[in-house]
Design a protein around this ligand. Structure first.
Ligand code: FAQ
Length: 329
């Protein structure tokens, strides 16, 4: 079981039994017709809960995802790379804002989402719990993690919940710039000096396993896919997204003369799919449940940011409530 002991297993069966069958049938028919569901529309409690869980985790991933690359802004080689990376990191934080706003339309306050993140109740993407030791690690994130994110988000932007889909469309537009920037930075290293190539290869070796995990557990072990796909929140299964990523990016990685650290990786001409070594799913389970290399550090950084930003939030609330009087007033 990959879930962190939340209540979803219990909800899957019971929630639907408690729904009005006619409303449920109408809702499902709307989804089948490809209509968007909007915040004020009727929706089953389970649809709402699943969306909050997924959108919130996505938002957290963007916020935490800004950390490994963020630490490279001051060390990025050259002014142009610094500027591009700074813009990228800022975009990622902006994506979290869009996603939290989409999740709020379903009734969960943002403060509660942030609390659940820093208290370790909510998950976020496995991949951001690994360290970015070198500049090549940061470049690998910018290219391949963004690539994985686009595969997922482009598919799901055609899904059923209006506010999430619209947020994803905007996010994908920005992610495509990140992808180009990341690819450019990787090409530079992979075609550079022997030392640069070695650094790039070492980074790819480190990130390949977490990248394979990124798309979620194999379909047969996925807890939520069936429900989410039935309601067109997820538009492809975890394995299908992983296959799509391999299809699009393995050739590009090979083109650069880099070696993917999986001796079994090959396109199977009979099945049309990629054969690969299963990544270590026990490691994945540990990482998503709080015991990865940097989970504690990532949450500690987030917690500190939250504490340090409190005075700003308090001041803004006072301004909004017109309680604040400037010295010049
Ligand atoms: N990491 O039943 P499933 C980005 C959990 S954005 C952590 O298959 P589901 C941008 C899952 O929550 C990256 N946990 O789950 C960027 C569940 O646990 P729960 C984030 C994972 O929801 C780039 C349990 O395992 N993208 O990178 C992961 O059907 C560069 C069972 O799994 C999104 O969030 C994982 N990888 O499918 C930023 C996209 N996989 O909740 C900075 C939206 C699974 O029961 C720099 N999300 N789990 O306790 C999704 O598409 C889906 O939620 C999946 C998982 C595909 C991630």
């Amino acid at each position: 079981m990959y879930g962190g002991g939340n209540t979803f297993e219990k909800l899957q069966g019971t929630d639907l039994q408690n729904e009005d069958p006619q409303k449920l049938a109408e809702f499902e028919a709307r989804i089948q017709r490809g209509e968007k569901i909007e915040p004020a529309d009727w929706m089953p409690a389970l649809y709402r809960k699943q969306l909050v869980r997924m959108i919130e985790q996505h938002g957290h991933s963007e916020i935490i995802g800004a950390l490994p690359e963020g630490t490279w802004i001051t060390r990025a080689p050259g002014f142009k790379r610094k500027l591009s990376l700074m813009a990228k990191v800022q975009d990622e934080v902006g994506h979290a804002q869009l996603l939290y706003a989409a999740a709020e339309t379903l009734g969960k306050p943002r403060e509660q989402m942030i609390d659940d993140l820093i208290n370790g109740k909510s998950k976020y993407s496995n991949i951001f719990n690994y360290p970015a030791f070198t500049w090549a690690d940061a470049c690998t994130i910018s290219w391949l993690v963004d690539a994985g994110a686009i595969v997922n988000q482009l598919a799901n932007s055609r899904g059923s919940y209006g506010p999430y889909c619209r947020a994803l469309e905007r996010i994908c537009a920005e992610e495509s710039f990140h992808l180009k920037y990341g690819h450019h930075a990787v090409i530079h290293l992979a075609t550079g000096t022997p030392k640069q190539r070695e650094m790039m290869q070492a980074a790819l070796n480190r990130w390949w396993g977490p990248l394979m995990h990124f798309f979620g557990p194999p379909d047969k072990m996925s807890v939520h896919s069936e429900t989410l796909m039935r309601w067109k929140v997820k538009m492809a299964s975890n394995d299908d997204m992983r296959q799509q990523f391999l299809d699009m990016y393995v050739p590009k990685i090979w083109e650069l003369g880099l070696t993917i650290p999986d001796p079994l990786l090959r396109k199977n001409e009979e099945t049309g799919k990629w054969d690969y070594t299963e990544p270590d799913w026990e490691e994945f389970k540990r990482v998503i449940n709080g015991d990865g290399p940097l989970n504690k550090e990532r949450l500690a950084v987030r917690r500190t940011a939250e504490e340090r930003g409190k005075w700003v939030r308090d001041a803004m609330k006072k301004v909004a409530a017109k309680e604040y009087v400037t010295p010049l007033a």
